[in-house]
Design a protein around this ligand. Structure first.
Ligand SMILES: *Cc1c(COP(=O)(O)O)cnc(C)c1O
Length: 381
């Protein structure tokens, strides 16, 4: 009878009950439980969301016609404001690609593209650790799907080889920086696998954690590894380092036209408000010039990775750095200790990560000062 209550009780007893945290933000600080802590758990990797000066500058340059808090319609009806097209042109220009398409969120993007481009003659090969939104996209699609072992390119290659003849097309799905381990995908390796059958294989890469922070102009790992033109669906989100909301895919014109016709999470939802699109545009224009922030973030990440000794299981190659503790209880205690010392770090436990690999997850941000990182490193030693 009281199924929901019983399930909540079970979660509570297991220590797995989730609640919405009661916190307040002061720039890079987070205030909660009577303490003010350095926020090492946010996705504001460049510190742009916390930058008041930037916001002020935006408000001063904002056009009256873009100062709208609703688009009041789907983009296919009356919601396709000029600012959205300008944003897409800007994206296509930055990536030197044929076209780009903007979505309401990364979740909409990943839950929508895969079902739109697949049929029963499609095989999806996805990295075992891809984001929940991609898993949902796979579930909604009529394709057959296989998840290969995390970053196991050898297994991926043999799967491609094995199934090439059975399917019309194969979509390889991965992230470029993975959110739990902070490890970086070898996109060039994926490109070489695509070359086994370039007409048949499509590459789908989600750069949610890399856009803004990697690559010469901040365009992500595909830019860094020089393979932007080879990725068929080069995706990213604006809610993390880009300090905004929404998501994008950079792709060929024909693929964009196809998505506009077939993608349900684009067609059947209200477009983003013009004011949010204008803010994203404003930030995107400045993205190449934030090289200094990216370098500082890189330097700090290298120092923290070093301090953690590249310990067992530490495969991070980015600003997201896990500290594997093993048992959940241990990770929870360590996180509490760090919060007492003024560092807001959260434990990550199963089922988010495999059993026995509970961890603390540090997510660095470019507005951290060297002294603040020194203090954290001292605490961890
Ligand atoms: C955060 C994230 C998303 C979801 O993006 P939203 O804009 O927050 O919906 C999608 N993919 C990955 C890899 C992410 O980390």
């Amino acid at each position: 009878m009281d199924r929901y209550g019983q399930e909540l009780q079970r979660l509570l007893e297991k220590g797995d009950l989730r609640t919405l945290p009661d916190v307040r933000h002061e720039g890079k600080w987070i205030v909660g439980g009577g303490r003010r802590m350095l926020n090492l758990s946010s996705n504001d990797y460049l510190g742009l969301a916390a930058d008041k000066e930037l916001r002020r500058e935006f408000m001063e340059t904002l056009d009256e016609e873009d100062f709208l808090f609703s688009s009041s319609s789907s983009r296919l009806l009356t919601g396709n404001f000029d600012i959205c097209t300008r944003l897409e042109d800007k994206l296509a220009g930055l990536f030197r690609a044929e076209s780009a398409l903007v979505f309401s969120s990364g979740y909409h993007m990943n839950a929508g593209i895969l079902p739109a481009i697949s049929d029963s003659h499609t095989l999806i090969l996805a990295d075992k650790l891809v984001h929940a939104s991609l898993i949902d996209g796979i579930r909604l699609s009529p394709a057959h799907a296989i998840r290969y072992r995390h970053q196991d390119y050898g297994q991926l290659e043999s799967l491609v080889d094995k199934y090439r003849k059975e399917y019309e097309r194969i979509v390889i799905v991965t992230e470029s920086v993975f959110s739990m381990d902070g490890d970086v995908t070898d996109l060039r390796r994926l490109v070489s696998i695509k070359r086994l059958s370039p007409q048949q294989i499509l590459l789908y890469v989600d750069e949610a954690h890399a856009i803004g922070v990697r690559g010469r102009n901040g365009l992500g790992i595909a830019e860094e590894q020089g393979c932007v033109p080879e990725v068929d669906f080069l995706c990213g989100t604006f809610g993390k380092a880009m300090a905004s909301v929404g998501a994008y895919v950079v792709c060929r014109r024909e693929l964009r036209d196809y998505l506009v016709n077939k993608m349900r999470t684009l067609i059947f939802t209200t477009a983003l408000p013009p004011v949010n699109l204008a803010w994203t545009c404003f930030l995107l224009e400045r993205l190449p010039q934030w090289k200094g922030l990216r370098m500082h973030l890189d330097d700090m990440a290298a120092r923290l990775r070093n301090c953690l000794g590249g310990g067992e299981g530490c495969v991070s190659g980015s600003h997201i750095i896990p500290l594997i503790e093993g048992e959940s209880g241990k990770a929870v205690l360590k996180a509490e200790e760090l919060r007492r010392k003024g560092f807001y770090v959260l434990p990550v436990r199963p089922p988010t990560v495999p059993e026995g690999t509970s961890r603390l997850r540090f997510s660095l941000r470019a507005d951290i000062a060297d002294e603040e990182l020194d203090a954290l490193i001292t605490c961890l030693k």
